[in-house]
Design a protein around this ligand. Structure first.
Ligand code: SD4
Length: 332
């Protein structure tokens, strides 16, 4: 559910009485809390601990870029999150290949694609943003860059995922998109995408994934593609995606959501319109799940998905919760 204009308005005028609304970063003893900042939102249930990590930085007055990087690293590090980083699902050849990107409020971007043996691709993407004249590094070059910058090579395929890959090779053998949003243990597409606005109103985003499970060797999805998996325009808003990357790439989904917001749509309506675009332009969309989250520069949020079951985590000073996104195919 998006924040209503009325709620935002109330947030804008709420006084910091008796500690309520008083921000750690403010140095005035008495202040008017402006806007709904800081705020962080991220995709799926694993967004809750990720938001908590981001919040530690945001609530201390830190930079949104640091917050989104630290936030999604929680999912990258967690072997129970089988769709991101360490413990992520391998491709058809049993190789874990990671995609990630990050973008700041000024439109600076960094990305890595098809990166192997590095647990935190989001941090490599951030270094691409900060240290190179480029936006995207891939494969061996991305790995070399990571190693030169002090990252360690690690084995990312866990025993559990190796077992699953072996089972898939024996029983399924061919890649199929799965819309099993209720059953985490069977899930094959749960990227973490995160958008945050810090106390200073700076809007940044991050997106990281091991991609769709058992994808073709060499396949890269939407998640490292600026404009597809993630897009931020600090003067308008930000959007990020999860789900079958091919559908998002064919419609440049996150860029589209931000452009809809630029043209006056709310984050909620912009997400819904971008899902609708897929239904107009991409065949077999009904066989896939995709989800968008969005935030306007004033902190209003929205989310929409193709299928029911997509949820996203929201954290502000007042709220920490998982919200159900509006689905194109409603629940019966
Ligand atoms: C991809 N979008 O590689 C990613 C998959 C994913 O939640 O995990 N989405 O297509």
């Amino acid at each position: 559910m998006a924040l209503t204009t009325r709620r935002l308005f109330l947030a804008k005028v709420s006084l910091g009485v008796a500690g309520l609304g008083l921000s750690k970063y403010a140095n005035a003893g008495f202040l008017l809390r402006i806007n709904n900042f800081p705020i962080v939102i991220s995709t799926w249930k694993h967004g809750i601990p990720a938001n908590d990590a981001a919040w530690k930085i945001l609530s201390g007055g830190g930079y949104a870029l640091d917050a989104v990087e630290a936030g999604v690293r929680v999912a990258e590090d967690d072997p129970e999150v089988r769709t991101v980083g360490y413990g992520g699902a391998p491709d058809e050849k049993g190789k874990v290949t990671l995609d990630a990107c990050i973008m700041d409020e000024k439109g600076n971007a960094g990305s890595v694609a098809y990166l192997q043996n590095i647990k935190n691709p989001i941090s490599v993407a951030r270094l691409v943003l900060e240290k190179t004249p480029h936006v995207m590094l891939s494969g061996d070059g991305a790995l070399e860059f990571a190693l030169e910058n002090g990252f360690k090579k690690e084995k990312l395929l866990t025993k559990e995922m190796r077992k699953r890959w072996k089972k898939w090779k024996k029983e399924e053998r061919e890649f199929k998109a799965k819309i099993n949003v209720e059953n985490q243990s069977e899930e094959n597409h749960d990227t973490i995408s995160m958008l945050a606005i810090d106390a200073g109103g700076r809007l940044c985003g991050a997106c990281t994934t091991s991609g769709i499970a058992f994808k073709m060797h060499g396949r890269v999805g939407d998640s490292p593609i600026i404009g597809a998996g993630l897009f931020v325009d600090g003067e308008v808003g930000g959007a990020a995606a999860t789900g079958s990357g091919e559908l998002v790439m064919k419609t440049l989904g996150s860029f589209l959501v931000v452009e809809f917001m630029r043209n006056g749509l709310s984050p909620q309506d912009a997400c819904t319109a971008a899902v609708e675009r897929i239904t107009q332009k991409v065949s077999h969309y009904e066989k896939h799940q995709i989800g968008y989250i969005a935030i306007s520069k004033s902190g209003e949020t929205g989310a929409a998905s193709m299928q029911p079951g997509f949820n996203y985590a929201v954290k502000t000073a007042d709220v920490s919760e998982l919200r159900e996104a509006d689905a194109w195919f409603k629940k019966l």
